[in-house]
Design a binder for this molecule. Structure first.
Ligand code: PLP
Length: 383
């Protein structure tokens, strides 16, 4: 793991602290989760839910997740054997990859990519095969070339990681894109591991479609999601994996030696929220939609080339119109001169040349923080 070093998020947060800059780097909300959810967790803690929950997770949460998947997506999972609770989506993805990938097996994934994927593929002694998402010339939406994806699959390919809604580009994969991925999975006997942590955070009415719901995919997909982004409690680390029993059993076998189980009181609180708290999530999504528009307008006014993302907490901005071509140099300059911190997007690419001209901003922040950031960027853009 020596090659991995410290994550860019820690480095950029430190830079924000040193310079007093507004931190639009790391993707966590600066407001709290819904009061009813916090009160539920507090109640369970004081009522004695403080010992190891079962390995698969609290039955209340597994049942609530299965009911939600059925109602929302028409996906049927047995809560006893096909739903598994993990310490955030991060542990769910890690256990899935460690369960599936033998040394030398290849994993196809899209870049830019969430940072934990490469690390866990390396832990499994697997080989990553990135396929680059590129902005389409007409609307700036990032997508893949179907032939490039097909060409990335070899006889050694075991799995594909599919993150939709996608961090950092904000793309929500369409039915056609997912159908192509599903077809390649079926034809090449691949397992799909999905990362759907932003499933509720899509804008402009863009629907989130789970890959597992496509024909022939339920039996070969491990779907991963989490309460952190949905309920603005990223520190809780309550996630889940759903899939066919044999695959979920493999995940459980690995995870019993990673974390074994996840916080019980928070599991029960999330179970209540999934059943009764989804109105709060809709309001949160609408608020986030407005925040997206605020930041995108601010970035455009400052001279970045930018397109509104379809979902997630993030927007990608092209720095070339501002006369820069290296994101890392740029964010260091921006922190000192403009007082705003972003993440250089090259860290999300296997070949960093593909993302050198891009930086990622998070808009899951209070309106006054976004307005101040936009004002600082505009003032700096007018320099
Ligand atoms: C935040 C995030 C995660 C981590 O989720 P946790 O539940 O906090 O572990 C995983 N994948 C993506 C794409 C994320 O943005």
């Amino acid at each position: 793991m020596a090659a991995f070093g410290e994550t860019i998020f820690a480095e950029m947060t430190r830079l924000a602290e040193h310079t007093g800059a507004i931190n639009l780097g790391q993707g966590f909300p600066d407001t709290d989760g819904p009061p009813f959810l916090l009160a539920e967790a507090a109640r369970y803690l004081t009522e004695g839910v403080n010992q190891y929950p079962p390995g698969y997770g609290r039955e209340e949460l597994r049942t609530a997740i299965a009911a939600d998947r059925q109602e929302r997506y028409g996906l049927a999972y047995d809560p006893a054997t096909e739903v598994y609770i993990t310490v955030g989506a991060t542990a769910g993805i890690a256990a899935s990859i460690l369960a599936l990938v033998e040394p030398g097996d290849e994993v196809v994934l899209f870049e830019p990519m969430y940072d934990s994927y490469s690390a866990v593929i390396a832990l499994a002694h697997g080989v990553r095969r990135p396929v680059t998402l590129r902005p389409s010339p007409d609307n700036g939406r990032y997508t893949f070339d179907p032939d490039e994806l097909a060409a990335a699959i070899t006889p050694r390919t075991r799995a594909i990681i599919v993150n939709t809604p996608h961090n950092p580009t904000g793309t929500v994969f369409t039915a056609d894109e997912l159908a192509w991925i599903a077809r390649l999975c079926r034809e090449n006997d691949l397992v799909a591991v999905t990362d759907e942590v932003y499933e509720h955070l899509t804008f402009d009415g863009t629907p989130h479609l789970p890959l597992a719901a496509l024909p022939g995919m339920a039996e070969r997909t491990l779907s991963v999601s989490s309460a952190g982004k949905t309920f603005s409690v990223t520190g809780w680390k309550i996630g889940w994996v759903t899939g066919p029993e044999p695959l979920v059993r493999a995940v459980a076998t690995v995870n019993q030696y990673l974390t074994f189980t996840a916080n019980g009181a928070q599991q029960l609180a999330v179970a209540t929220a999934l059943r009764h708290g989804m109105d709060w999530v809709s309001e949160q999504r609408d608020a986030l939609h407005a925040k997206r528009d605020r930041l995108v307008a601010g970035l455009a006014a400052a001279g970045f080339q930018v397109h509104p993302p379809q979902g997630t907490y993030f927007v990608m901005a092209d720095i070339r119109p501002l006369g820069y071509d290296d994101g890392l140099t740029f964010v260091r300059t921006l922190a000192r001169r403009a007082g705003v911190v972003a993440i250089p997007a090259q860290v999300f690419y296997a070949d960093e040349r593909h993302g050198r001209h891009l930086v990622r901003f998070a808009f899951c922040k209070r309106d006054d923080v976004l307005d101040e950031a936009a004002a600082r960027l505009r003032a700096w853009g007018d320099r």
